[in-house]
Design a protein around this ligand. Structure first.
Ligand SMILES: Cc1cc2nc3c(=O)[nH]c(=O)nc-3n(C[C@H](O)[C@H](O)[C@H](O)COP(=O)(O)OP(=O)(O)OC[C@H]3O[C@@H](n4cnc5c(N)ncnc54)[C@H](O)[C@@H]3O)c2cc1C
Length: 420
């Protein structure tokens, strides 16, 4: 593909995370001829965050996004340990915390998100940790070597992954969740139930409907997590994993509209000419979904980078991909596609082993809106295709493990078929 952008143009990408670094690479792949400046406030070159909650030895945990030479070879100016402190949309210039300035034709804000904190007494005690960066993961890894009782606050995907690793190391783990079930915001009740059983059968304690009101400390170190009703869970370390807040400050400062994230169109344009945004920091429309969505996942970051690159080189990035996500917990490889909706029914299929299953979530018109799978890559692929193609499936066939998914899909394409 040849870019129609001119050689005097300049793209400044703020945030050298997954979205920003992917965009820089894609622009060069699409022969963007202008200058590309990728600015990140972390000291490390762009890296994969998913291993941070799944592996806790340095060699497996630290995985760079691109080889060392990639940035120089592709004429991408990578500035690390530098923070963009403001954007001037009139002068088309970004200001850095080292006193320097860089002019842009387009600036792309890819500033990601920051772990949400619990504003309660004791939250600043030593032993209270969060997880987003390599230094965070190293601290947590060191804590694993010392802790005997870990409290994981928040039963989301990151929390459950950390709980699984800690428990596998023989640590006494309690997952503390404010809602009535783990993964309440992001998974079906059936998947929550199965995962809760999976974790508890391996010795993890899962405490739900527990609203954290504070931490007790001794000599500045955490000793317990407290609920409003006075109940306490003893621990010597706590990981707070209650989600992440989009880093919108820069966008707000330069007049970009934000509402639960930077508001962008389907390719990443904001309301301010010359300013785009991609990745976890955005809330965006999706071709196949109603409303706006803040999709915090690698596939979404990569997809947004792809669409922004296409817009910058003035081509079309194609249709949006069905949202998907993965998570590893103990020996479960979870893969989830689509989004859950109100008024759906759930059909489960068993896999080849006792640890594999697929949950299909159907709308009243029998189209599939989401699929949640464990150790079932084929079911995941089939489910994702059913979602994308908006095929109406026969629930009886889908519920029958003796009917292959291939036949379920063939029947969905040709119309109703009765099980034999
Ligand atoms: C522990 C963990 C596990 C995860 N596991 C999975 C998984 O299994 N599957 C999955 O799909 N997703 C997973 N995710 C989510 C995934 O990593 C994110 O969706 C993805 O990293 C988003 O990329 P991003 O570039 O938008 O943001 P980030 O990767 O957060 O990058 C943003 C970067 O911008 C920098 N920055 C912020 N402000 C400035 C500024 N003013 N100037 C300069 N730099 C700035 C930040 O420091 C950061 O380096 C996980 C996330 C975490 C934290």
């Amino acid at each position: 593909m040849t870019s129609t952008a001119g050689p005097t143009e300049s793209i400044v990408i703020v945030g050298a995370g997954h979205a920003g670094a992917t965009l820089a690479g894609l622009l060069r792949q699409q022969n963007y001829p202008g200058q590309i400046v990728l600015i990140g406030d972390e000291l490390h070159p762009p890296y994969h965050r998913p291993p941070l909650s799944k592996k806790f030895t340095d060699d497996s945990m630290v995985q760079w996004l691109k080889p060392d030479q990639f940035y120089a070879d592709n004429d991408i100016e990578l500035l690390l340990g530098v923070r963009v402190i403001s954007v001037d949309p009139d002068a088309k210039r970004v200001n850095l915390d080292n006193g320097e300035q860089t002019d842009y034709t387009t600036v792309v804000i890819a500033t990601g998100a920051t772990p949400r904190m619990i504003p309660v007494p004791g939250a600043d005690a030593s032993g209270v940790l969060t997880l987003r960066t390599i230094p965070d993961a190293r601290l947590l890894g060191e804590a694993f070597d010392r802790t005997t009782a870990l409290a994981v606050i928040g039963g989301g995907y990151v929390g459950m992954e950390v709980a699984a690793v800690a428990r596998s190391r023989g640590i006494d783990v309690t997952v503390i969740e404010r809602e009535e079930r783990i993964l309440a915001r992001v998974a079906s009740a059936e998947l929550s139930r199965r995962l809760t059983n999976y974790h508890t059968s391996r010795g993890t304690r899962v405490v739900t409907s527990f609203d954290v009101a504070g931490f007790t400390t001794a000599e500045g170190a955490i000793t317990a997590v407290l609920a409003g009703d006075g109940s306490a869970i003893a621990c010597d370390h706590a990981l707070i994993g209650i989600g992440a807040v989009p880093n919108v400050e820069l966008a707000q400062q330069c007049g970009v509209e934000c509402d639960g994230g930077i508001l962008v169109d389907r390719v990443g344009h904001t309301n301010v000419p010359g300013i785009m945004a991609i990745g976890d920091v955005t809330r965006r429309p999706h071709d196949a979904l109603d409303g706006l969505h803040r999709l915090e996942s690698i596939p979404s970051a990569v997809e947004q980078a792809k669409h922004a690159a296409a817009a910058i080189v003035r081509t079309h990035g194609g249709a949006h991909e069905t949202p998907w996500f993965w998570s590893d917990q103990f020996n479960l490889k979870l893969k989830i596609a689509g989004l859950l909706e109100e008024g759906i029914s759930t059909i489960s299929r068993s896999g080849a082993t006792s640890d594999s299953f697929a949950l299909f979530h159907l709308r009243p018109d029998r189209t599939v809106c989401a699929v949640e799978t464990a150790n079932s890559p084929k079911d995941f692929m089939a489910g994702k295709k059913l979602i994308t193609d908006r095929l109406s499936v026969d629930p009886a066939l889908l519920a029958d493990d003796s009917v292959s998914l291939r036949d379920v899909m063939a029947a969905a394409k040709t119309g109703p078929v009765t099980a034999v």
